[in-house]
Design a protein around this ligand. Sequence first.
Ligand code: NDP
Length: 265
Amino acid sequence: MQKELFAIFGNPVSHSKSPLMHNLSFNGLNYDACYTRYLLEDGSKLKETFFALKLKGVNVTVPHKEDAFNACDILDPFAKKIGVVNTIVEKEGKLYGYNTDAPGFLKAIAEFEDVRTVLFLGAGGTAQSTSSILKEEGYEVTLLNRSEGRLEKYKEEGFETYTFENFTPKAYDLVINMTSAGLEDDSLPAPKTILDTVIPLSSACVDVIYGKETPFLKLSKSYDKPTKDGSDMLLYQGIIAFEHFTNYAYTFDEIKPIMQKAFSL
Ligand code: NDP
């Protein structure tokens, strides 16, 4: 059998940890495959690029996750519901699409016990898939966003939504930074006056940003709250994607210790 080739499509894509995570896992599990990165500029060319490169599967990152959805022939029910695909596998000439970000996130927050109410700071693409899976699982999700525009579709889906102007802080089991505030700057995801009220009332704080201590996590720690960054979310979406790539040849727990090494290199 010819060596299977996988890739990550994105723009930018040079920073991605996915090639390291997947190559470590292919090597560690003796699976005959190789994973590379590909700077895809035009998302509408995703399908033809996939076949031109003779790929077996891809992960898709910003800004092409909706184009990935449109490129697929067969969609898993959750990906179909949310309209966002981050993992594609080719089987007999057809492209199968999945979303592994949301189940990865769900698994990452599972360590926090007795969680029912969750406050999302931010309402972008990541919030879209993760809020949907949390709702399916019975969590009560409230969204607080800087601007009104992105909240419209959440309102239509029955979520409680607020902007900074009309939000009244109360206690939540988890407060999660779903924004990019703190990723490349020192900003907080919401005004400090709001966070200084809502964090002390809440039980724990999570950030989806990984690899650094954001101002949000710093502030949460100053109130002695349990915190967690986005590393496990990234790891778990990768493990679930790897399960799809290898057609469930390995269990989650077999893949985890190997893929995890990518975070200590
Ligand atoms: P989007 O661009 O889709 O959405 C960005 C959101 O952040 C919007 O709600 C926006 O508000 C808000 N925002 C941006 N800057 C600020 C700020 N300075 N203050 C307040 N709100 C702000 O981003 P994504 O959903 O794609 O990504 C969000 C974060 O998730 C990123 O940091 C990304 O790195 C992280 N991520 C982590 C993953 C992981 O595996 N750990 C996986 C995927 C993403 P507005 O509507 O007002 O513009």
